[in-house]
Design a protein around this ligand. Structure first.
Ligand code: ADP
Length: 343
């Protein structure tokens, strides 16, 4: 199966020669990279802009046996490394930022296991703004928790930033979460008696930054989100939309590559809802990749791609042709600067 996914499956003498040349050249590169740095399972090797994951260090250590048939040599390579994306053309194009394949999630029931995500396959490129909607119980939050490495899938593959992470141990997943992911939930979850500035600086405190650096970075992101005048306020003095903006600032302060949002506008009035969507759109314009799950399918007009989930399956996955600017839908009284200075 893995073997099928490599580009070297073809017929005809010329193609066989090309396959062999590619195989040997790749193998040399992999071996070089292997000797240069200590590799372990799950590490990545990059060759011609394509990302491969190390499956077996033992196999990569064995020299390629050139007396064997091409198929046997390919099998040896495939035991050692796996391409991130099982598409022949992937050797010419960079791998997507996030790939899940045949993902399943089951929870133990009273008698049998209950499948709540069933055969989910999708890929997300850097810079996308994906909205996932579906009825209550469709599996949206579970999917977001799996994508956010808060839970492991029961089956299937999950690749993030070129690394196959579904088998990562929990400590490695926690590190990945801190470095690559930011989360926003329906409840902002701010410390009530702590200033906006300190709330946002908290992840930096945990990451071991100096107090001055925490302050500098938190202030920068809060200012980008239009909250410069509220740095010393406690959260209860802010509107619901402003509180959620603080939560977004806290999610962004570590500069994550992917922002995951679960019902970030839940229980908000339309004005606050649009304000938050405008902020997310502005961030997306600045290349932050966003995946947002919500029951509110009306919000799909503000994203670039809409995935509909039903009963644990992807029912539909389409691009939004005419994405609506949330700022345009906000009342005239609200200025752009008030929402997001610098847009
Ligand atoms: P949605 O976000 O689409 O409303 P969820 O993803 O929260 O739905 O839940 C999907 C299904 O998975 C629901 O039937 C829910 O009861 C079940 N579920 C979610 N989390 C757990 C859990 N930790 N243990 C058992 N079942 C769960």
């Amino acid at each position: 199966m893995v073997f099928q996914s490599m580009m070297w499956c073809s017929s005809g003498r010329r193609r066989i020669a090309t396959r062999l040349a590619a195989l040997v050249s790749y193998w040399k590169q992999f071996s070089k990279q292997f000797f240069r740095k200590k590799l372990s399972r799950g590490d990545t090797l990059i060759q011609d802009r394509q990302v491969f994951s190390v499956e077996s260090v033992q196999a990569i250590d064995d020299p390629l046996d050139v007396t064997q048939s091409i198929e046997e040599q390919e099998t040896q390579v495939c035991k050692a490394v796996v391409p991130v994306m099982a598409q022949p053309q992937c050797l010419a194009t960079p791998a997507p930022f996030l790939v899940v394949r045949n993902l399943k999630k089951a929870y133990a029931g009273s008698t049998t296991a209950r499948l709540v995500l069933n055969d989910i396959s999708l890929s997300v490129e850097r810079g996308e703004f994906v909205i996932i909607t579906g009825p209550s119980g469709a599996g949206k939050s579970v999917l977001l928790r799996v994508l956010g490495c808060l839970e492991r899938p029961s089956k299937g593959e999950y690749w993030l930033a070129g690394r196959k992470i579904n088998l990562f141990p929990m400590d490695k997943l926690a590190l990945l979460r801190n470095q690559q992911l930011g989360f926003i939930f329906q409840q902002p979850g701010l410390l009530p008696h702590t200033s906006v500035l300190k709330n946002v600086a908290l992840p930096l405190l945990y990451a071991g930054f100096s107090e001055a650096e925490q302050k500098r970075r938190a202030q920068k992101v809060l200012s980008a989100l239009g909250l410069n005048a509220r740095l010393l306020y406690t959260p209860e003095r802010l509107s619901r939309g402003q509180q959620q903006r603080v939560a977004i600032a806290r999610a962004l302060v570590n500069s994550p590559a992917l922002l995951l949002a679960d019902e970030p506008t839940g229980n908000m009035d339309t004005r606050n809802e649009r304000e938050i969507m405008a902020v997310l759109q502005a961030l997306n314009q600045r290349k932050v990749t966003i995946i947002l799950v919500t029951r509110n399918a009306d919000l799909a007009i503000y994203a670039k791609r809409h995935i509909l989930l039903g009963d644990g399956y992807i029912v539909n996955d389409k691009l939004i042709v005419n994405t609506q600017r949330a700022l345009d839908d906000l009342e005239q009284s609200v200025t752009i600067d008030e929402i997001y200075p610098g847009v």
